[in-house]
Design a protein around this ligand. Structure first.
Ligand code: FCB
Length: 523
């Protein structure tokens, strides 16, 4: 019986807070009772205490250009689809925009100093394509290139590995005006951009990810229109999927041609799927979900074909697939990157009506649906129904905390793709803790520390069981512009006061810094 979501949210915030205060991570005493209660999904304290990470493990933090940079029209930067969208009315909560964000464009030196102070070994950031090619294809903007050269110099000087995501959702508006990702030409434009980056910055950057969450930005932007460019046409989504798969392969080759040191992968959104029942139909639907949401682009790159995400053959014609495309999609990625936030329970949608698109929006933000018992399908092609359960505690953004999910996901990907090197590209949680004046202005965000303890303990277990995970990037270095939620969600390990840009490392950030310095969690 699904639980009332609001009630559950209230209950579980108390429980999650108690997890670090109580006798063990798996139990907590609630205000109303001194009897310890088991928190569903919690990791036992003994596992957290025993967790160890290998020498040389790359502890890192992540950001993305539009979410932190600001300076939206400085130094000749072109407009991106996120600039256009956020400037429109009614798109972002509170009318917030990324015009200033964390002003990282100007404050990058102090932010990199913060990474160093917290013993970080890897900084995952993204480049704004519209700074590099403000007006269209062709020669890059010197000012754009020089900015990122300076940022990279600061990162390298701090002894930190730069990890560059080439595309974290801020498509130049000129590319959208040419039809956006459903237009196949964008694969070539993206490869040109990748080549420019490799030639100009390849002396400083070795690790490249082509896309952040390719399934998400194609689906939200073109399939259901909850992100820019705000289109809701399933056919456009199918075409965008294919262009991005081509762009992934083409940019891989452009990077390799431009820089002999380039080690290329991508940063996928993944959430492990568990069948709702053991029926053949639900188990098969879970496999389709996994193929569509988790491994669609990874499989396209490694195998040169799409995984079995569809009922029957992929809709090649609607996707715009041409003879010979398999070769273009194929790219032997050097490593596999994915995020972990939460999990899904999946059932077969029974081929019924297609449902209203937002019924099954799988965003990591607030529009995730709780389990309402609704069994309508998402579309006629994949016919699965995936929901986020609410058995474990929920974060402020309403995401279920399920530490074991990262173990299941990492071991599944390791099995399915022959134990590739894995980088966890993002993992984090939203809580709204603020500086506590009575305690010298520190930010006592125990729930975030508890979140990371559980998940990292499960990641250590996966590594001990043979998974080749070499890096973990916490989302995020600092509070920032959280897409359509604006500044109303805080994922940072550093608190940002957006009135004066003051940064305060939260208690979780200080703890994470100690983790990075010692490769253990019980600190
Ligand atoms: C991920 C996005 C990142 C941020 C976090 C909370 O899905 O890649 O930009 O929004 O969620």
């Amino acid at each position: 019986m699904p639980m009332n979501r609001r009630k559950f949210l209230g209950d579980t915030i108390a429980a999650a807070g108690g997890a670090v205060l109580g006798p063990g991570a798996a139990t907590a005493a609630t205000a109303s009772s001194s009897i310890p209660q088991v928190i569903p999904g919690a990791v036992p304290a003994s596992e957290i205490e025993g967790a160890r990470f290998p020498d040389g493990f790359l502890w890192g933090m992540a950001t993305a250009s539009y979410q932190v940079e600001g300076a939206w029209n400085e130094d000749g930067k072109g407009e991106s689809i996120w600039d256009r969208y956020a400037h429109g009315v009614g798109h972002v909560k509170g009318g917030d925009t990324g015009d200033v964000a964390c002003d990282h464009y100007h404050l990058y030196k102090q932010d990199i100093a913060l990474l160093k102070r917290l013993n970080q070994k890897s900084y995952r950031f993204s480049i704004s394509w519209a700074r590099i090619q403000p007006d269209g294809i062709g020669a890059p903007s010197r000012k754009g290139i020089d900015h990122y050269k300076r940022v990279m110099d600061a990162v390298l000087e701090a002894g930190i590995r730069p990890f560059c995501t080439m595309y974290h959702w801020d498509l130049p508006q000129w590319a959208e005006d040419k039809g956006g990702w459903p237009n196949r030409d964008l694969a070539g434009y993206f490869a040109d951009y990748a080549g420019i980056l490799a030639r100009e910055l390849g002396d400083r950057i070795n690790v490249w990810a082509s896309f952040n969450m390719p399934w998400a930005f194609t689906y939200y932007g073109y399939g259901i229109g909850i992100h820019p460019p705000n289109r809701a046409k399933f056919g456009d989504f199918l075409k965008a999927l294919h262009t991005v798969a081509l762009a992934q392969g083409e940019s891989f080759r452009a990077l390799k041609a431009g820089s002999s040191k380039a080690a290329v992968g991508s940063a996928y959104s993944m959430a492990p799927g568990y069948p709702k029942t053991q029926s053949e139909a639900d188990v098969a639907a879970t496999a389709r979900y996994h193929a569509m949401n988790n491994t669609f682009f990874l499989h396209a790159a490694l195998k040169g074909e799409y995984p079995k995400a569809f009922v029957g053959e992929p809709p090649y014609e609607q996707m715009g697939v041409k003879a010979g495309d398999s070769k273009l999609m194929k790219a032997p990625l050097d490593w596999v990157g994915f995020h972990y936030y939460t999990r899904r329970i999946v059932s077969d949608s029974g081929g019924g009506r297609t449902g209203s698109p937002k019924d099954s929006a799988l965003h990591y933000g607030t529009e995730i649906e709780a389990d309402t018992g609704d069994t309508n399908g998402r579309d006629p092609y994949t016919r699965f129904h995936a929901v986020m359960p609410a058995e474990g505690p929920l974060t402020h953004a309403g995401l279920e905390i399920w530490p074991k999910g990262i173990y299941d996901l990492v071991t599944q990907i390791s099995r399915e793709y022959d134990h590739p090197p894995i980088e966890i590209t993002e993992c984090g949680c939203c809580y709204m803790d603020t500086p506590y004046e009575k305690e010298g202005g520190r930010v006592p965000d125990e729930r975030r520390t508890a979140f990371f303890k559980g998940i990292l303990a499960e990641l250590a277990r996966a590594i001990a069981d043979g998974a080749k995970v070499r890096a973990f990037h916490a989302w995020s270095l600092m509070d920032n512009f959280e897409w359509t939620d604006g500044y109303s969600q805080r994922y940072g390990l550093t608190y940002v006061d957006f009135r004066d840009q003051k940064r305060t490392v939260k208690d979780s950030g200080l703890w994470y810094g100690r983790v990075a310095g010692s490769n253990r969690l019980a600190l």
